[in-house]
Design a protein around this ligand. Structure first.
Ligand SMILES: Cc1ncc(COP(=O)(O)O)c(C=O)c1O
Length: 356
């Protein structure tokens, strides 16, 4: 066990890192009493990282403050990367690049059967003028996509540009991404102090760097809050190992004498459903419950499933009746518009009556 550092010390270490300002921080932390009552929980607070500010918000915008500072430091004028066709990450990356005057090229992966309609994140990507190259791929290792991203970077280099490849093609060192969530943990600590609340648990939709940052923040400050991640995909138990690995990378970069063990990470795949990117009926029900009790939208792929995890843990008594819980809303709700077919249109139509 490391000797904890003070909040000021941790903030000083983060402040020493290269960073560009992209987000409206701190994001709000507030209670959702009607939703808490509806799931039978004592007090649920939402940490609103869906309101980070750029292009409908989300957790990735925090990361780009550090990642794109690294790119600018390396002399880049063009960013190259990629993810899925409806990626929240890409939407926010495009917005971040536009606001910094960086050119951006993305290789997006369309999985078999995925709708080609220009909706949700894809619509926003195009409105923001990004250069998109779509490939068809069912390969879970994304080998073709990675190859295409590096080939694209080479082509741009030949044109005289200075490309910088970001993940998913370049995920050797993700300490910048993680540090942004150590910073988020510091914000949560300060806000809880101001609100005079002591949360015992934080729930989050996460498979790697977001949870890694929270885990490192909690250990660095010695705060005994339980962090429960709900993985958006079936990682075969790999998520905990990845989270620990990335947290340890960031610990070294921040000079923290701290080791995160995979065995100490709570990250469940129980709420994924069929697969990554396919909404679950329970998740859709949770999404509607949040919208109908609080007027706040969750997303169909990440946060709605993580909220099912929290509600289920309340129902099973894993979260006690007197506990204060924070749910970190990581955003993603712009994707909703591309998922209408999953949202139980029959039930939605039952609220509609056309007057003659
Ligand atoms: C809305 C949303 N929540 C959670 C995550 C998971 O973040 P991480 O990859 O850092 O675990 C993502 C990733 O894209 C996301 O878009």
């Amino acid at each position: 066990m490391m000797k904890p550092v003070s909040l000021d010390d941790l903030k000083r270490r983060i402040a020493a890192e290269p960073r560009v300002r992209l987000c409206q921080l701190p994001t709000p932390l507030h209670a959702v009493p009607r939703f808490s009552a509806a799931i039978g929980a004592a007090v649920v607070f939402l940490k609103r990282d869906d309101l980070t500010g750029l292009a409908f918000g989300g957790n990735k915008s925090r990361m780009f403050e550090f990642v794109l500072a690294d790119a600018l430091k390396a002399g880049a004028d063009t960013i190259v990367g990629g993810a899925g066709l409806q990626s929240n990450y890409c939407r926010q990356l495009i917005a971040a690049c536009n606001s910094l005057g960086l050119e951006i090229h993305l290789v997006l992966r369309r999985t078999p059967g995925q709708s080609e309609s220009i909706q949700g994140n894809l619509l926003l990507d195009l409105l923001a003028g990004a250069n998109l190259h779509v490939i068809d791929s069912a390969d879970p290792e994304h080998t073709l996509q990675r190859t295409r991203i590096f080939a694209l970077a080479d082509e741009l280099r030949k044109e005289g540009k200075k490309p910088y490849v970001v993940r998913m093609a370049n995920d050797q060192d993700l300490s910048s991404d993680v540090i942004s969530y150590v910073n988020c943990f510091c914000e949560i600590v300060e806000q809880c102090h101001e609100l005079n609340v002591t949360p015992s648990r934080i729930y989050v939709a996460a498979g790697d760097t977001t949870q890694a940052g929270l885990e490192l923040g909690k250990r660095a400050l010695g705060i005994p809050v339980v962090i429960q991640g709900a993985c958006p995909d079936h990682s075969g138990g790999d998520a905990a190992r990845q989270i620990a690995h990335y947290a340890n990378q960031a610990a070294r970069r921040l000079g923290l004498d701290c080791t995160v063990e995979a065995g100490d990470i709570k990250n469940t795949e129980d709420y994924v459903g069929k697969a990554y990117g396919i909404p679950t009926p329970e998740g859709i029900a949770m999404l509607k419950l949040m919208a109908r009790t609080e007027g706040i939208f969750l997303d169909p792929v990440y946060t709605s499933k993580a909220m099912v995890c929290l509600a289920d843990h309340v129902a099973k008594g894993i979260v006690g009746k007197d506990e204060t819980v924070i749910f970190l809303h990581t955003g993603g709700n712009a994707a909703l518009f591309a998922f209408a077919e999953y949202l139980d249109t029959a039930e939605l139509s039952s609220h509609l009556s056309y007057e003659k």
